[in-house]
Design a protein around this ligand. Structure first.
Ligand code: ZN
Length: 272
């Protein structure tokens, strides 16, 4: 089981316990072993990773502490290890690995973005008592920022059809649910209704929450919803979506990759 640590630390790799679990990032990938299914331990990387490499704590998997670091872009995997696209970790059968990778990834991005105080420019450090970064000069506190995003499955025709759309940024010809970031000052339900109106021109009713998933690319929390179609003609409106349509269980298009919350919601709904 993955648990979040209650203190923040940065330590050189050479001082870590041999059973520490190491999450090394390079670009969008994480270093894995055993053909890409397991995160390496400190003892397995001893001799290949420089002892002075600064590692940051992230949490524990079954009592073994997880430490993360971002390597240079030209980092190559040592023999016996491979760089696996971080998003693929979410399809891993062991959710602890997805949790450790998400937590490390967000944590490193947050720490690296707050090396200096934004208010006075002094070098920051970890707060002693809070999960925060503090400026020792002016006292400004920096907490990890999480960007909530809503993703909604819209149903119609007594629930027999769902709305799916293709986004121009997708690298595959897949169709997914309607998603967007929550704006400051609005509720999650308002964000659902607004995003759907902006992207599809539809109004919806009976909005209800389903489940969530951290999405550390770089710091989102995806909140999954369902809503029922109320009125309008589904039309791609905002320039990001190129195509959309209503699909039943029998004629589904290519779906988002397994492990994504979109796929989970669709699979559970249609019992795929
Ligand atoms: Zn300051």
């Amino acid at each position: 089981m993955f648990t979040i640590n209650q203190t923040h630390k940065e330590l050189p790799f050479g001082t870590l316990a041999p059973n520490s679990i190491i999450v090394l990032f390079s670009g969008k990938s994480a270093l894995m072993t055993d053909n890409g299914v397991r995160l390496p331990t400190a003892s397995e990387l001893a001799g290949t990773l420089a002892t002075e490499t600064v590692m940051m704590t992230a949490g524990f998997i079954d009592g073994a502490e997880c430490w993360g670091a971002r390597m240079p872009k030209d980092f190559t995997a040592p023999q016996g290890f491979e760089l696996v696209e971080s998003r693929l970790a979410f399809v891993h059968p062991n959710p602890d690995i997805a949790n450790a990778i998400s937590r490390c990834r967000e944590f490193i991005t947050w720490r690296n973005g707050h090396r200096l105080c934004g208010a006075c420019g002094a070098i920051t450090e970890f707060a002693a008592s809070d999960l925060a970064i503090v400026c020792p000069s002016c006292g400004m506190m920096y907490y990890p920022q999480i960007a909530p995003a809503v993703i909604t499955m819209i149903t119609r025709n007594n629930g027999r059809e769902i709305l799916l759309a293709h986004n121009k940024r997708f690298t595959t010809p897949s169709f997914s649910l309607i998603a967007g970031f929550v704006e400051s000052g609005e509720s999650l339900e308002q964000a659902v209704a607004r995003e759907i109106m902006e992207e599809t021109g539809l109004t919806v009713k009976n909005i209800r929450y389903l489940s969530s998933q951290p999405w550390p690319f770089p710091n989102s929390l995806m909140l999954g919803f369902m809503a029922e179609y109320e009125s309008g003609e589904a039309t791609p409106l905002d320039g990001e979506l190129s195509e959309m349509g209503w699909y039943s269980k029998e004629n589904l298009p290519q779906l988002p990759s397994p492990g994504s919350i979109a796929r989970k919601i669709i699979n559970e709904y249609f019992q795929l």
